[in-house]
Design a protein. Structure first.
Length: 56
């Protein structure tokens, strides 16, 4: 495969990137299905709105 492929790089798309606080990429050789190539730290979610008080 490596002799005929145009590239051995794999593209990764992150959707909802606005919630990513920190992105750390690994480097070096990887083993498919075993190596961690990227770590994302997400922003804390916004606080939930206050629930209205219900009279009994």
């Amino acid at each position: 495969m490596a002799r005929r492929a145009q590239s051995l790089l794999t593209q990764i798309i992150i959707t909802n990137g606005e919630v990513v606080e920190k992105l750390t990429c690994a480097s070096g050789l990887v083993e498919a299905g075993k190596s961690i190539i990227m770590t994302l730290e997400l922003q804390a979610p916004p606080p939930l709105p206050a629930r209205p008080k219900v009279k009994a």
